[in-house]
Design a protein. Sequence first.
Length: 242
Amino acid sequence: MNSNLHVFDTPEDTARAVAGFILDNVRKKVKQSLPFNIALSGGSTPKLLFDILSNEYAESIPWHFVRLFWVDERCVPPTHIESNFGMTYEHLLKNVPIHEANIFRMQGEENPEVEAKRYQELMERELTIHDGFPRLDFVLLGMGDDGHTASIFPNDMSLLKSDTAVGVGTHPVSGQKRITLTGLTLEQASEVVFLITGPAKAGILSEIIHQKPGYVNYPASYMRSSSGAAEFYLDKEAASLL
Ligand code: 6PG
C-alpha cells in the first residue's frame, strides 16, 4: 500500500495517530523556536481527534507555540450549531491552554466576500508567503461523501486553482455559503493530512487513490502538500476498498 496511506483498526486509533503526528510536527517547530501554524477542518470527523487532543495531549503539546487557523467555516455565527469554530471550541479550545491571540477565527457571521478578503489579508500578515500563497505548517482535511474537501465542492472546482488564497464556496445541496482556503493555499502547506473514517467514504476514496475514471471530478483528489503527496489517515472501514 502507498506509503502515504496509514490504516488503523478503529476511528479512535486513527484519530490518536493523527494527534501523535501533530505532536511530532509541533516539536519540529519548537526545536527551531518557531510557532506551529495549523489549519483545522470542521464537520464531524475531527471531533474525536479534538477530544483526544483535549484528554491526552493537553499537557504534552506546548500549546503556546500553536497558532490556529481554519480550513473553512460555514457562514453562520460562531454560536450556531453548524459553526466549525463552535464545534472546535467545544471539543478542543475550551480544554487546552492555547493563547487567545493565537486563535485566528474565520468570522462566519460576516459578509462572505468581505470575510474571505479579510482572512486572506490576515494570513498574508501572519504567515510566510511562498509562490504567492501563505504557508501553513499543517492542514487537517476531511472528505465529504461527494469527494469535496475544505469547502471546495465538485460544483465549483475553480476554487482549486483560484489566484486568491481564501474564497467563498457554496454547499451544492443546502446552498449554504462557506469561507474556504483555496486549493493553492492548501497545497502550500508543509503537511496536508486527511482524516477519513467510516464506510460512507470508502467508494470515493478508492476511486481517488486508484485514479479510477472520473476521479478528477473530486476536489479531494487534487490535494497534495508543498513537499509531496497528502497523508491519508484512515480507519479500516474507509480503507476497505483500497
Ligand atoms: C466542513 C468541513 C468539510 C468536512 C467534510 C467531511 O466544514 O464540513 O471542513 O470539508 O471535512 O465535509 O465532513 P465529516 O467529517 O462531517 O464527514
